[in-house]
Design a protein around this ligand. Structure first.
Ligand code: SME
Length: 205
């Protein structure tokens, strides 16, 4: 017999406790004030909590929620989709999304994103995305017009950050974020977005 609505909805209402490796239990914490080392026992959120505070406070609120999302879903594309939405909603960037390395390895292909339409394929070493991939490092671009070879998917983009996604020692994609303002991104974004990139690929299928 089909379950009634209340029964069918039950799994989605369950309170799920988790402990993520990026967090520390109180007894492991040693009083450190690093924002990620709060003793976090979170419930699965059905909406996104967004801090009104500084950039660092926004990341501190966002990271455990992303950890909760990846904890319950191992599919890489599903994770990318929700993580792009969560970053985008938290910061209100112009464009937030992922490019995946195609299986043949020669180019990046557009993945889940939030924002205006974007270029679908980017060659190795081309643009900010292809360069972050070929150089294997995060690129912070304060002024896209000053970046040789920048690919302008949107004329509104003024600054950009691209973070490689590592899995088993290989780059499997990049996280790309565009801002409508100059010099939006700095070392704080790089550090936290690298943490987010690591969460997205951690044990992903
Ligand atoms: N600007 C990127 C292209 C991707 S879009 O910004 C979404 C680049 O130069 O690689």
């Amino acid at each position: 017999m089909a379950p009634d609505i209340a029964e069918r909805n039950t799994p989605y209402r369950k309170v799920r406790k988790f402990h993520h490796p990026f967090t520390a239990l109180p007894e492991q914490n040693n009083g450190t004030s690093h924002p990620i080392f709060y003793p976090i026992i979170k419930t699965m959120a059905e909406h996104l909590d967004i801090s009104n505070g500084t950039k660092s406070e926004k990341y501190a609120t966002l990271l455990p929620q992303i950890a909760a999302v990846v904890e319950v879903e191992t599919d890489l594309i599903a994770r990318m989709a929700n993580v792009a939405a969560m970053i985008h909603e938290t910061f209100g960037f112009l464009w937030t999304g992922f490019y995946r390395v195609e299986s043949a390895g020669g180019q990046l292909i557009l993945g889940p994103f939030q924002g205006p339409m974007a270029c679908t394929r980017i060659k190795h070493g081309r643009g900010v995305c292809g360069k972050a991939w070929s150089e294997g490092r995060t690129l912070v671009v304060p002024d896209v017009e000053a970046f040789p070879g920048h690919i302008a998917c949107s004329s509104s983009s003024r600054s950009e950050i691209v973070v490689p996604l590592w899995k088993d020692g290989e780059i499997v994609g990049v996280l790309d974020i565009d801002s409508a303002d100059l010099a939006t991104f700095d070392a704080t974004d790089a550090r936290h977005l690298e943490e987010i990139a690591a969460l997205v690929t951690d044990d992903a299928k």
